[in-house]
Structures are given as C-alpha cells and as structure tokens.
Write a protein that binds this ligand. Structure first.
Ligand code: CAA
Length: 384
C-alpha cells in the first residue's frame, strides 16, 4: 500500500493552497458578511482548470484523478468553503453526471463549456436540482413533474436549496415523469436557466457558506427538448444517486478542509497566546484538544482519499463516499467548535475566522445527504 502522493498530486495540492491564500483569503470575511458570491474567485478557478478537474481533456477538462480533486477541495475549503462548494457542485455533480451519462451531443453542447467554466468569455457553471420543499432526504418523493408531450417535456414545479442557483447557466433537474412507477418514473434533464418559464426566486439568508449562491428555482410550463433527457427513460433516480455518491466525496473533502483550517488556526494561536505564565499550547487542556483534532482529521483524510481512490479504480464507492462524508462532516463540526474554544473570547469575533468556519461546518452535515442519510446508505450497504 502506497500512501505517497505522486509529484502531480503534490503540485495540484500546492497550486490549490497558493490559490486559496492569494485569491480567497483577501475579503473572505466581508464576502461572508455581505453574502457576496465569489465570482472573481470562481472565474480564476476556471482559468486554473479547477471547475472541470476530472473531465477528460477532449471535453475541455483537466483530466486529473479524484485524489487530486480531494486535495484541491481540502486546501480551498481551509480558507473559503463558499468558493469550494461552487467548485464541488460543478465538478462532482454537474460535470461528472454529464461526462458519465450524457450523450455525445450533450457533452459537446454543455459539458465542454461547463468543464472550462466559461462560455463566450463569461462565467458558465452548473447546478444540480434534486431537493424540493417536500423532498429532501426522501428524494423519491419528487413533486416536480415533466410531462411527456411528444418532442418535448413540460416541466413544472419548485426546487429549493439550490447551490449556484442564481449564478449557474445550466441546471440538471430531477423530475417525476410517471408517478405510478415510483423511483423508476423519475428522469433527469438538462435545462438552461435562460429558457422561458424558469424563475430564480429568493436567495437564502444562510447561517454559513454565506458567499455561496443558494436559491429556490421555479419552473412553469418549461419546454424541455426530448434530447435534453439524460439516459434512458426512468434513469433519473439512479442518475441522482450515482452522481451524489461522487458529490459526497467532494463535500467530505470540503468538511476535511474546514476542519483543517480550524485546526491550523487553533494550533497557531496556541503557540502565541499566553496564560498562567506560558503559551497555552503547554497546557494539556489545549494540547490534548489539538491532538484529538489532528487524529480525527487524519482519519477523515484517509477516508476521503480511500473513497477517491476507489472511484479512480472504477470500484463501487457508495459506502466509502458516505463514510467519508459522515465522518469528515462530524469532524469538521467538532473541530470548529473546539477551535473556537481554544481561542476563548477571540474565537467569538470575526477577525479570527474560526467562528465562520464553525458556521460553515454545519452545512456539511446537511447537504448532499444529511448524516442520517449517510447512515442509511452505510447500514444498507453493510447489511445487504
Ligand atoms: N446507485 C445505483 N442505484 C441506486 C443507488 C446508487 N447509489 N441508490 C439507490 N439506487 C436505486 C435502488 O437500487 C432502487 O432501485 P431498484 O428499485 O431497482 O432496486 C432505487 O434506486 C430506489 O432506491 P431506494 O429504495 O434505496 O430509495 P429510498 O427512497 O429508500 O432512498 C436514500 C434512499 C439513500 C435515502 C436517498 O433518497 C437519498 O440519498 N436521499 C438524500 C438525497 C440527497 O443527498 N440530497 C442532496 C441534494 S443535492 C445537494 O445538496 C447539492 C448541493 O446543492 C450542495
């Protein structure tokens, strides 16, 4: 077993670290306060090839492996999880779904610009629309309908909690086409935001990842051409599940990065802050917290890398991605809370960043499947 990263993987990790410090750190507190979408940072990520990292070069991507993607996600998330969630959705949910299951025409028309993150000089990213007001964890209960009308489908319904909802140009929409068939009566469609009948509704005012752009999206008699359906009729739910398994590696890596960012700040602070006549790192109450943080982060990193490796080897990674997501997100939440505690009163104010990391950590236990959903996937997998 080889735990060494390749030279290329180390290079990607370093490039992501440099990018995060140089481009994401300046203004991160203000973007969080003002809920400002990090457009400039995302455009620069596109230039780096980080919006289509695992897409083959012939479709405009960087052709890298999932391990490199985990490393990049971790580094960027240490600094700004609002940037990394946008990156994760475009890479893992949108580009992966199209590369794996799209037709050649769909790839040429949509995947190529999405992997490059640009079209005609402007930002061009995607969003994944599964959640609904009444269908969150219970994803088969889709109320959005797509009625077969011959050469097109007529799409009606409401999607919510949509990351990149306002900034994306392309939506991958999951909808019910035949309720009598249950999960097999669900399809996935490529829908352009600019089409008549698509409305971007209110932006959510969130606790964390406040720079990211989360909206409700409404569809009213939207005509979706037949050729924009992804896969065979009835493939939509499997499409969503298969795509989400990869998405969970992305969010696990985001959680890993948030935990790492909180840990590094707590560690550095403990070396300079003095109490009772010495730097606080010399108090076991602090040193043991730091030891536990480092231990949990290492375990989370190994789970993320194992899931990524399994995906790269074309093995089944349903269970490993859920394990990585569950453990890394719990680690992020715990570590961020403890990092605030290490900082004492300073941890409670914005300049020290850990309060933001603590708020950002929470969503990693909720989106792309709550911790409870991950336990469903893991328990079903091990009991099968
Ligand atoms: N691969 C292939 N097929 C799969 C699969 C997988 N990973 N998981 C399920 N399926 C298939 C099943 O085999 C079954 O097919 P058959 O009937 O042929 O056997 C079918 O799909 C239905 O599966 P289940 O019976 O397991 O479905 P369920 O209703 O019990 O739900 C669940 C299972 C795991 C809870 C699922 O609903 C789920 O993952 N929910 C969470 C949804 C989620 O993650 N939402 C996140 C939204 S996206 C987001 O957050 C992005 C963002 O903005 C950041």
């Amino acid at each position: 077993m080889d735990f060494q990263l390749s030279e290329e993987q180390k290079m990607i990790q370093q490039a992501a670290r440099d990018f995060a410090v140089r481009e994401c750190l300046p203004g991160v507190i203000e973007r969080d306060e003002q809920q400002k979408f990090p457009r400039e940072q995302i455009e620069k990520l596109a230039d780096l090839g980080f919006l289509g990292m695992m897409v083959k070069p012939e479709y405009g991507g960087a052709g890298l492996d999932t391990v490199s993607y985990v490393l990049a996600m971790e580094e960027i998330s240490k600094i700004d999880a609002s940037v990394s969630v946008c990156m994760s959705v475009n890479n893992s949910l949108v580009c992966y779904g199209l590369q794996e299951y799209g037709t050649e025409e769909q790839k040429q028309q949509y995947l190529v610009p999405l992997a490059q993150g640009k079209k005609e000089g402007g930002l061009y990213i995607g969003a994944f629309l599964l959640s609904e007001p009444e269908a969150g964890s219970d994803a088969t209960s889709q109320q959005t309908t797509a009625e077969d009308n011959g050469d097109h489908y007529l799409l009606n319904g409401t999607k919510n909690w949509i990351t990149n909802g306002g900034s994306a140009s392309v939506y991958l929409v999951i909808a019910q086409t035949d309720r009598s068939k249950g999960s097999k009566g669900i399809n996935a469609f490529i829908v352009e935001k600019s089409w008549p009948g698509v409305t971007v509704a209110a932006k959510e005012n969130k606790m964390g990842i406040r720079g990211s752009d989360t909206h409700t999206i409404l569809f009213s008699d939207v005509k979706v051409p037949k050729e924009n359906r992804i896969g065979e009729d009835g493939f939509g739910f499997k499409f969503a599940m298969k795509t989400l398994a990869g998405g969970r590696i992305g969010i696990a890596s985001q959680a890993l990065g948030i935990a790492g960012g909180a840990f590094e700040r707590a560690r550095d602070y403990s070396k300079t802050r003095k109490s009772f006549g010495t730097e606080i790192m010399h108090h076991q109450a602090i040193a043991f917290k730091l030891a536990d943080m480092a231990l949990k982060i290492e375990a989370a990193r190994l789970l993320c890398l194992k899931a990524a490796w399994e995906k790269d080897q074309h093995l089944n990674y349903d269970i490993s991605s859920s394990m990585a997501k569950l453990y890394a997100s719990e680690t992020a939440m715990w570590t961020a809370v403890e990092a605030v505690q290490v900082h004492g009163g300073y941890g409670f104010v914005k300049e020290y960043h850990v309060e933001r990391l603590m708020r950002d950590a929470k969503i990693t236990q909720i989106y792309e499947g709550t911790s409870e959903v991950q336990r469903i996937v893991i328990s079903r997998g091990i009991l099968k």
